[in-house]
Write a protein that binds this ligand. Structure first.
Ligand SMILES: [Fe+2]
Length: 198
């Protein structure tokens, strides 16, 4: 059993936990199809919690961030495989389809989960501090803090993991890249917390 599913087992509400475990299993399968080496979301989740703890967030907030991070890419289940796994050039409509996963994920979970903070992570994990992200183009502190935390954790993990089309970066190189994007792509406070956490 993967770490994500094990974590979801610990949830308090059994009905929700069952649906979420199924989803976590599906997300993991999807990542393998995309060429990830597996356990990406579990690692994002663990790092997001470490960042949240550095920021001094409460245990309850950390647990919601942990769950939101496990589910952040759930909307990719609604993106056609031929787009998701395509190598090489994507046209504008294919990029739009990929970008739709954030709002699609929120829509998918809204029926399963009554946790607004978790839904906010799923919807807003591709927003950018400078307002040039998606789906809403929200800016700065208008982006939910939990989503800003997960954005930093997701980026760091993605950079340090191999993909079929590129080698992984070292942790130091990934950290440098993220620090260079503080105040642009990422919340500077979350970047500082990442630096402390790794
Ligand atoms: Fe995503």
């Amino acid at each position: 059993m993967n770490a994500a599913v094990a974590k979801l087992r610990e949830l308090e509400a059994p009905a929700e936990a069952h649906s979420l475990m199924r989803l976590a299993g599906l997300i993991e399968r999807l990542e393998l199809k995309e060429g990830y080496e597996g356990e990406h979301t579990a690692r994002v989740s663990a790092l997001a919690v470490a960042i949240a703890a550095e920021l001094g967030l409460s245990g309850a907030d950390c647990r919601r961030i942990e769950l939101g991070a496990l589910l952040h890419d759930v909307g990719k289940l609604r993106v056609p495989d031929r787009v998701l796994t395509k190598r090489g050039h994507l046209d504008e409509s294919e990029w739009a389809t990929i970008r739709s996963h954030a709002a699609l994920g929120e829509r998918l979970l809204i029926h399963v989960l009554d946790l607004p903070e978790v839904l906010a992570i799923v919807r807003s994990h591709h927003e950018r501090w400078d307002g040039h992200g998606y789906p809403d183009g929200s800016e700065g502190e208008d982006i939910p803090l939990a989503a800003r935390v997960v954005a930093v954790a997701d980026a760091f993990q993605a950079m340090t993991e191999p993909r079929p089309y590129r080698k992984p970066r070292t942790r130091a190189a990934a950290l440098r890249e993220i620090v260079s994007q503080a105040g642009r792509q990422f919340d500077p406070a979350c970047v500082e917390a990442l630096r402390a956490a790794v």
